[in-house]
Write a protein that binds this ligand. Sequence first.
Ligand code: HEC
Ligand code: HEC
Length: 382
Amino acid sequence: MTGRALARIAAAVVAVLLSAGAAADAGAADPAETARILRHGPWPMPWRPDPGNRLSGDAAAAALGRALFADPRLSADGSVACATCHRPDLHWTDGRPRSAGLAAGDRNAPSLVDVRRWRWFGWDGASDSLWAASLRPVLDPREMGGSIAALAGLVRGDPVLAGLYRQALGRAPLADDTALAVDAAKALAAFQETLASGRSPFDRFRDGLAAGDADAVSAYPADARRGLALFVGRGNCSVCHLGPAFTSGEFEDVGVGYFLERGRVDPGRADGIARLKASPFNRLGPWGDGGGADAAATRHVASQPRDFGLFKVPSLRNVARTAPYMHHGRLATLEAVVRHYSEVDEERLHPGRARLVRPLRLSEGEAADLVAFLRSLTSDER
Ligand code: HEC
Ligand code: HEC
């Protein structure tokens, strides 16, 4: 081969490398990566009302729910409202590692934004509907310490609440305490269904990629773009934080530990299934609407030893607004979360489960990129 031919081949190789680099810069990396990115949208995705709640999607019911949500009289001593721990100004969390109502709790208060989309509620999935998850804190002695009778009495006896109830249900508050408390919980659910996250820089990038819109693609910051590549690639994050809502909606172990102080443990999902099965307010019970529609998952779920210490995979939309992190709130910042995944102690992971989490050993730059990506999931509106 002549020297000139070699030079031509070398030039061609360089050109190919350069164009591949340019494509990566434009966000249009390899097709497999693009496909993985596209699966995280479009957003918002369609939503369907809960067939187990006849007030689901109803605006008048949401108005009653909004009033109840802010009302501290739902608690035993009149000091704790839902909004005490799910504060609108803190993206519907309380900003504390672990919540405290009437007494100190063991878990971090999750945001309620997009809560209408989940199948299981609570870090341990102890509730299978949004309305049942809304009744639970009223009755929990450490949260609000209320009762069915007190909640029913409040709705019946307060003229404003009774009026809102009449508007939503088209009848006077029921005489049966449990039926009335369940209606109140269903109205609380209808209110929380209105809390939905909007579009984020990531969504504009993702849709630009889908539509071949170079401007939208190049507007996405380069560090977030590199972090996204880690998220769907070597980081393996999308295995659990999958789809447009960035969650499988199921329960996993990422090795953050389930010990509470004084040798107590939080059994997580194992306990959640037991509590779900025992609850008269689950989808198999008499209080849901739609004749037990959507009850199959509740019927089939069974507590097993391997569920011990598993917690719900949280959505990552707006995660920059919901610090601190994890079920016990022990990781204060997104940097700390990324450090956790970078250095995770494999000894702390569940034996006998597929190893989806491994120490990633990220460089400082990679860790910063991953945080930049997580921040790009913050929606535009507050
Ligand atoms: C004392 C603080 C506190 C109060 C008061 C409180 N919550 Fe919560 N909320 C939490 C905590 C902590 C969790 C997680 C519970 C768990 O994992 O067991 C939670 C979980 C939830 C969930 C499940 C969210 C999800 O993504 O799984 C819903 C829904 C909810 N709360 C609604 C309400 C409503 C409605 C009220 C008022 C009736 C209320 N909360 C009162 C702290 C509180
Ligand atoms: C095996 C499934 C799985 C994988 C893989 C995974 N996560 Fe998670 N993630 C979870 C679970 C489960 C939690 C909650 C754990 C807990 O509280 O005990 C969580 C929590 C988080 C949180 C905190 C959210 C909050 O609201 O508290 C962030 C941020 C996060 N993960 C980001 C990532 C990133 C980035 C990666 C990739 C490096 C990743 N995750 C990989 C399952 C997973």
